[in-house]
Design a protein around this ligand. Structure first.
Ligand code: MRU
Length: 481
């Protein structure tokens, strides 16, 4: 079955607050740091993480994008913004009625009711900050397919929540109908984008949870609660793990004396792509937060321009000094010794360490090897696919040629020009200096190192309490549809 949901509505848009200046960095960093510290150290916070995220961190998160709001004051965050802040590229500002009440703002948050997820439309950044409503797996698959939300860890989380939303909608259906909805939705979500393995990782986790009940279970309410708990757990683990990854990455950075550390990054690996911290950009933010003098060189990331549109936007909010460059200028700067380290993310890392990431990453890795610049892949273990032995087996998404022949709708090539548009390339393991994960930096040979990191991660999370729903009721106790 390829349909993904019953009775779904298309994603709806709602405007929200769009305002930002460099001062948002204080709030953003405090929010991220505070969150990491809290969740790592407080079992109570762990147990109530889902509610806590919405209740306590919602105002803080909302304040990041609405620094002058009541939410800012309520969250105890700085309100001293410079007069006439830059805003989002001069885009219009439309306050949302619930600007102060939601949970996540980067890149999604829970809405007013349990059945609603609000996702920032990243296609419209940096000009406008608009949210799209997701109420089902079908909506989630659509926002992922349409690049409204993008970035490997972010799409995994949105897929998980979307599947849980559909399980909720199907709670009163018969077991057979629910089975068709859940399995069809899972299939549709996994097919929505092919390269990032986080999508499959997240959906499979929810399916395994569903299978503890069994396809013929009539306990629709129990299944819905369990899938929502699993989705919340994924969000929670992702956030926690990315915080750890950032700290390991920070410790791995070169330390030039008497001048800023010059970092090159490609694509967008910040909170918009990952939720909360980010991966490669999380390391950058950790360095900035730690008082390190850093300067980031941002590849524009043709053709979709994630670097130019999104990374610059996030770095601006975080107050991190940065310079945008055309992708093709990277070799020029590297050859002149103007870069100290390259930090990139990953969409799928094969067992041998070969890494699929945004197109252009491979070229950077060759340049880095040629000039002896450390090349670090920053990615959580949810981006590692031990079932794929090497990079040749990673499916590479091929996107519309219009993304090459046009820039944001404006044609730049003669009509009829044939173009190819692979969205990712594979960097061979031998060109990677290290893979920064939530369990530390893994170096070659990567396969045993990654296996060991998986073992340590599993042990760490096994020792943490989960926020589980009550034990599922036995078969036959639910309401038949
Ligand atoms: O096509 P996108 O924008 O979803 O690409 C994914 C990415 O954001 C990058 O490849 C990134 O480096 C890895 S995901 C943090």
């Amino acid at each position: 079955m390829t349909t993904d949901d019953a009775g779904q509505s298309g994603p709806g848009e709602r405007p929200t607050v769009a305002e930002g200046t460099g001062q948002a960095d204080l709030g953003r960093r405090r929010f991220f740091r505070q969150f990491a510290g809290d969740v790592l150290n407080t079992a109570v916070t762990v147990m109530s993480a889902a509610g806590g995220l919405q209740r306590d961190l919602g105002p803080a998160a909302a304040a990041l994008l609405d620094p002058a709001s009541a939410a800012t004051r309520a969250a105890g965050l700085p309100t001293a913004f410079g007069a006439g802040g830059a805003g989002l590229g001069g885009g219009s500002v439309t306050p949302a009625p619930d600007a102060a009440s939601g949970a996540f703002r980067t890149p999604f948050r829970f809405g007013d009711d349990d059945g609603q997820l609000l996702v920032i439309d990243q296609r419209r950044l940096p000009d406008e900050l608009v949210e799209v409503e997701v109420r089902s797996a079908g909506d989630a698959a659509a926002v992922i397919r349409d690049m409204i939300v993008r970035g490997a860890p972010a799409i995994g989380q949105v897929a998980a929540i979307g599947l849980a939303l559909s399980a909720r909608a199907a709670a009163d259906s018969s077991a057979l109908v629910r089975q068709a909805i859940i399995r069809g939705a899972a299939h549709s979500l996994e097919a929505s984008r092919p390269t990032a393995v986080n999508l499959r990782w997240a959906v499979d986790r929810l399916l395994r949870r569903y299978e503890t009940f069994g396809d013929l279970s009539e306990d629709g309410a129990g299944i819905a609660a369990a899938l929502r708990a699993e989705a919340d757990q994924i969000v929670f683990e992702t956030t926690t793990d990315h915080g750890r990854l950032a700290d390991f990455g920070l410790a791995a950075l070169p330390t030039p004396a008497g001048r800023p550390l010059r970092i090159l990054t490609h694509c967008n690996t910040g909170p918009l792509a990952c939720g909360q911290y980010g991966t490669a950009l999380g390391v950058v933010q950790a360095a900035h937060h730690a008082g390190r003098d850093v300067h980031v060189w941002v590849d524009e990331t043709r053709p979709y321009l994630q670097g130019a549109r999104l990374t610059t936007w996030e770095l601006d909010q975080a107050g991190v000094p940065h310079t945008l460059i055309p992708d093709v200028a990277a070799g020029h700067f590297i050859s002149r010794g103007e870069l100290d380290v390259i930090l990139v993310g990953a969409d799928r890392i094969a067992a041998n360490g070969d890494t699929a990431n945004k197109i252009g990453t491979f070229t950077l890795s060759v340049l880095a090897a040629r000039y002896g610049v450390p090349f670090l892949v920053c990615a959580p273990l949810s981006s590692v696919d031990m079932e794929t032995p090497d990079g040749s087996q990673i499916p590479i998404e091929e996107r519309s040629s219009h993304e090459v022949t046009e820039i944001r709708g404006q044609r730049i090539a003669p009509v009829g020009t044939i173009a190819r548009n692979p969205a990712f390339d594979v960097t061979p393991a031998e060109l990677i200096s290290g893979i920064v994960t939530e369990e530390g930096v893994v170096t070659a040979p990567f396969e045993p190192g990654l296996r060991d990191a998986f073992r340590r991660r599993a042990a760490r999370w096994a020792a943490m309490p989960r926020f589980d729903p009550p034990a599922p009721a036995g078969p036959g106790t639910g309401e038949p549809g």
